[in-house]
Structure formats: C-alpha cells, structure tokens
Design a binder for this molecule. Structure first.
Ligand SMILES: C[S@@+](CC[C@H](N)C(=O)[O-])C[C@H]1O[C@@H](n2cnc3c(N)ncnc32)[C@H](O)[C@@H]1O
Length: 410
C-alpha cells in the first residue's frame, strides 16, 4: 500500500493574523483564528503530504488494475475518476478535502452570524445613499446559480437571510484564507494585482477609461485593477446583492473610490450601451457559469466592447490535449465533490472557438498566464509556492481574451 510521503518538505501557511483587515472585516476571536489556522494547515498538509500518495496509489494500483481488467489504457478523465473512486487512498484524501471545505464554511458562518446585525448595520452605514451601489430587487437569480451552494457555501452568493444582509459575503471573505493558505495575498487580491500588472506589461499603450468586471463577487480582484488605473471608471457587476453591498462598503473602507457595484445578470446587460467599455474583465468566474450562459456572456462582451477594447478572462487551465488524464481527473474533483457543477464542462471547452462564435476574430485572440502577486514579506511560503500543485487550487491561471479591432486602424 503506497504511503503518504514523509520526506516531502512541509511549508506551513502563514498565521491567519496576517490577513488584511478593512472596515468590513468581522471580529475574529482567538479560537476562531485557531480554527482557520487549523484548516489552512490541514489543506496544506493534504496537498503536500497526502496528495502525493494519491498519485502513488494511481500508478501502483489503480492504473495497472484497470489495464488488467479492461485490456487497455484509460480513454478519458471520467474513467480515471471512476477508477480512483474505488481506491482507499483517493477516498481518504477526497473525504478530508471535502470535510475541510465544509468546516471552513461552518467556521466562517459561526463568526459572521454571531455578529450579523452589526455587520449589516456597518455595511448600511457605509453604503446608504451612495449611488455607487445599484441593486435590483427584481433581479431573478439565474437558475444555474440559485440551484447550487457553491463550494459548500450555505446560500451561495445570493442568499439574504435578512434585509440588507452581508453575512454570506463576509463569510466568503474571511474563509478564503483557509482554503488557499494565504496564496492569494493579504486581501485575497493576488489575482487582480497580477492581471493589472499583466495588462501594463503586455499592453503598455492601453489606457482604459471605462472597465467592466463581470462576476465581480465582493470585489477582491477588482480593487487592485481600480487602484492600478485610478483615472478609470470601473463598473463591477454580480448577481448577488450581499456581495455587492459588502463589496462597496469594503472598497470605501479601503479608500478605493472609482468602483460602482451593480446587481445584474451578466449574460443580459441590456442597460449598458453597445461599445461602452474599453476593458471587460472576468477573474475566476467562467467556471461558475453554465454552458449556455457562458456563450451568452461572450456575446455580451463582444457587444459591450469598444473598438480597440480588450476582454480578458482569468481561469484555471483548460484540460488541453497533453494534460495527463490523472491530472484532469484530479482537477475535476471540484465539479463532483465541491459543488462546482460547471467546472468539468467549462474546462474541456475550446475557449478560442467560443470566442470566435461570439464574434471575436481568431487573429485578435490573446493568451497568457498570470500567477498571484502577493507580498513576499508577509507570505514567504506563498512566494515560493510556484511548483506546488494542488489541482485547481494553485494560485496561477490562464488568461484568454481578445482585442476588438479598431475600425479606424483597420
Ligand atoms: C467565484 S466568484 C468570482 C468572484 C470574483 N470575480 C473574484 O475574483 O473574487 C463568481 C461570481 O460570479 C457571479 N456570477 C455567476 N454567474 C453570474 C451571472 N450570470 N451574472 C452575474 N453574476 C454571476 C456569482 O454571483 C459569484 O459572485
């Protein structure tokens, strides 16, 4: 029986107390911090110490057994996943990974619910009468979103327990550290910092005046973009009202003033005029949209983009040809055991073809890669975490996008 590797270097995540505090950050007690620290360490232990044992079990048992029984190699990731499911090493790792996610959600819920009224009042005080928060009480949450508690998050992004509720968003904010072990940075914004840097380095002449962020969540990755382009007006759209309320209150408390948070379904943005944005951004968003919605969203981005404008989507890598089937099956874990039902389909799609169907020409497509930019003084382990693989959790992403041809230049 393959054993978990005991000789692998173990780098623990930083202490929860380095997490960035802002005006909406809930009070976290000593014991609550200890709980998040335990979960962050548990996740790191699973990815560095236990996960290698799953690969060993696959190579030593699962794959040979499949070959013996079927007289052939695996054809696709689904066959690999089904075979892994019968193996005790995979069962052990998978059950623990799921348990840590559920525990993270409950640990965070405990924190935010006990101070829910105070948090809701604080968000209200920071956002009342501010026209940078535009909520639509009649918006019907898209069914594909409402049907799922994403990554075991009770009520997902949209549920309001009481009027003016922000507790779901606060829970998302404070718990992300436990899952990522700090790899997204003090303010969970390492992705946005990296995107802003990528744009400045790769498109130096690009000076966006109006930026649309679709599926902005509570704005973790929008704020660094807003800070990097202080003269731009940023419109951040999400379907979940709690995320937006919390998002504006958090942004203001952090001194970021150029973002407007709008509630809407980003597959139907009829209120925005054609060709009205220079840059449309999505970050870790596409995997939470349905197959149909994603096509509608791509068409909307093509409609909304100004000539010369840029659309960029930042996501975990696609299951491209050449990615080992074991890796594809492990990456698919989130789809089957972490309430991310669209993850599997989204990652097998030919995104270039989808972009072309939406009207972007093939020679205008942009491809790249970004890794979270975090403060190495605060997160030294994260800074050298480049090689560690955690199938779907690594803070490194692909960028797929397009530049809309400029009619005058054409
Ligand atoms: C994983 S979160 C990404 C958050 C954010 N982009 C970030 O970087 O932190 C996905 C978000 O997409 C939103 N979302 C998904 N489908 C949507 C749709 N059709 N319209 C608006 N928001 C949507 C969800 O409400 C959720 O807040």
């Amino acid at each position: 029986m393959p054993q978990p590797k005991s000789d692998a270097a173990y780098d623990g995540p930083p202490d929860y107390r380095v997490v960035g505090r802002h005006g909406m950050f809930p009070e976290v007690s000593h014991d609550e911090i200890a709980r998040f620290n335990f979960l962050a360490h548990m996740n790191r232990h699973l990815s560095t110490q236990v996960m290698p044992g799953v690969r060993d079990a696959f190579e030593a048992r699962v794959e040979p057994q499949f070959r013996k029984q079927e007289g052939r190699d695996f054809d696709n990731r689904h066959e690999v996943r089904k075979a892994l499911l019968k193996d005790p090493m995979f069962q052990w790792w998978s059950a623990l990974r799921r348990a840590t996610m559920e525990q993270r959600q409950q640990a965070g819920r405990w924190v935010v619910l006990r101070q829910g009224e105070a948090l809701n009042r604080r968000a209200d005080a920071l956002t009342a009468g501010d026209n940078r928060l535009s909520l639509d009480p009649d918006l019907e949450t898209p069914r594909y979103l409402a049907a799922v508690d994403h990554h075991c998050m009770p009520g997902s992004y949209h549920t309001e327990l009481v009027r003016g509720d922000v507790t779901g968003a606060a829970n998302y904010d404070i718990g992300l550290f436990a899952t990522t072990g700090g790899m997204l940075g003090r303010f969970n914004d390492g992705g946005g910092v990296a995107v802003a840097k990528w744009v400045k380095e790769n498109l130096p002449a690009f000076k966006p005046k109006r930026i649309l962020d679709i599926g902005c969540g509570l704005g973790h990755n929008v704020l660094p973009i807003a800070e990097a382009f202080p003269d731009a007006e940023i419109v951040a759209v999400d379907a979940g009202a709690p995320m937006l309320r919390y998002g504006l209150a958090r942004a203001k408390s952090m001194g970021v003033e150029n973002v407007t948070f709008v509630q809407g379904d980003v597959s139907k943005l009829a209120d925005f005029e054609d060709e009205s944005f220079d840059w449309i951004q999505s970050t870790m968003f596409l995997h939470e949209t349905s197959y149909r919605a994603m096509q509608e969203i791509f068409r909307e981005t093509q409609r909304l983009l100004k000539p010369g404008g840029v659309v960029l989507h930042v996501e975990q890598p696609q299951y491209a040809e050449g990615m080992p089937l074991f890796e594809q099956a492990m990456r698919d874990w989130d789809a089957f055991y972490n309430n991310e039902p669209f993850w599997t389909k989204m990652h097998e799609i030919d995104l270039d073809a989808f972009m072309a169907q939406a009207g972007f020409s093939q020679d205008a497509l942009l491809h790249g890669g970004v890794a979270a930019v975090v403060d190495p003084a605060v997160f030294p382990e994260a800074a050298k975490d480049e090689k560690q693989e955690d199938y779907g959790r690594k803070a490194a992403w692909h960028v797929i996008g397009a530049r809309k041809p400029n009619a005058e230049a054409a």
